[in-house]
Design a protein around this ligand. Structure first.
Ligand code: PLP
Length: 264
């Protein structure tokens, strides 16, 4: 049988609770019409309340997964999520430089929604030097963008300008800055910074504690839409629409005692 589905590779951590990481990526990619495959960089023991353990996958095994996928599957887009440490960043960057996928979305995952560290602090420079220059678009939330630029985390819409100006200077092609952390704002704005061009995508805020995996879902859907041939702005608008629907659907779900996932 011949399948014409675009293939999207998620290079990310596993979330045993099923809400974020590779599991969220596979759900988002499948629901948006793509074929998902994965390279797992770390195994997290995790539920809706906390990350209780992280086991980094050995570099040889990460390399073997990358080689197995890229040598056989015609990958149209790659989404990079949790990498954990500098060694893994270098291993993944080496493979991306060698195989040069057509589209690359990098979600610079640093901290989980429950506050657990998912990237070693000394790995931020490797992320900036090795991965950001390769990406078509990176998708930081406000704390991640502040960390990448050395700026303060804005507390309101009025304080966004210095951070956006610093992101324009960052060495990467485009940035989708996620404003979901501005909890007191009635709307949920994201900014697409493409060179000096800044466009705001804002949608009504859904009030819910079930936000686990929102970042993974948005970047997974974005990679899926890029792989299916949408231009960046349309892919961003479509991914934003997808995550808005997924948060709305997840708001009625009860999965675990803590921050529940979105629904795909
Ligand atoms: N990747 C993994 C493996 C995770 O466990 C998490 C959060 O717990 C994330 C990424 C980031 O999740 P979010 O989409 O909530 O930013």
């Amino acid at each position: 049988m011949h399948s014409s589905k675009a293939i999207i590779l998620s290079i990310a951590g596993s979330d045993s609770g099923g809400g974020a990481g590779v599991q969220a990526d596979i759900k988002a990619i499948s629901a948006t019409g793509g074929y998902a495959c994965s390279v797992i960089t770390a195994i997290t023991a995790q539920n809706t309340q906390k990350v209780s353990a992280v086991h980094p996958v050995p570099q040889d095994m990460i390399r073997a997964q990358l080689e197995a996928v890229f040598s056989d599957l015609p990958v149209a887009a790659v989404k990079v999520g949790m990498l954990g440490d500098a060694d893994t960043i270098n291993t993944v960057a080496d493979a991306l430089e060698a195989y040069r996928p057509q589209h690359l979305v990098v979600d610079p995952v640093m901290v989980s929604a429950n506050g657990d560290m998912l990237l070693a602090p000394d790995a931020v420079n490797s992320l900036k030097q090795r991965l950001l220059p390769l990406a078509d678009v990176i998708t930081p939330n406000l704390p991640e963008a502040a960390c990448l630029t050395g700026r303060d985390i804005p507390a309101s819409l009025r304080e966004m300008e210095p951070l956006i100006a610093a992101l324009i200077e960052l060495e990467c092609r485009a940035v989708l800055l996620k404003g979901g952390f501005l909890q007191q704002e009635p709307r949920s704005p994201d900014w697409l910074i493409n060179g000096a061009d800044v466009r705001c995508f804002d949608t009504p805020r859904v009030i819910t504690a079930n936000t686990h995996g929102t970042g993974c879902t948005l970047s997974g859907a974005l990679a899926s839409y890029l792989a299916q041939g949408l231009e960046l702005e349309l892919a961003v608008a479509s991914a934003k629409h997808y995550i808005e629907r997924a948060i709305e659907a997840g708001a009625c779900l009860k999965v675990g005692q803590g921050r529940g996932p979105v629904e795909h």
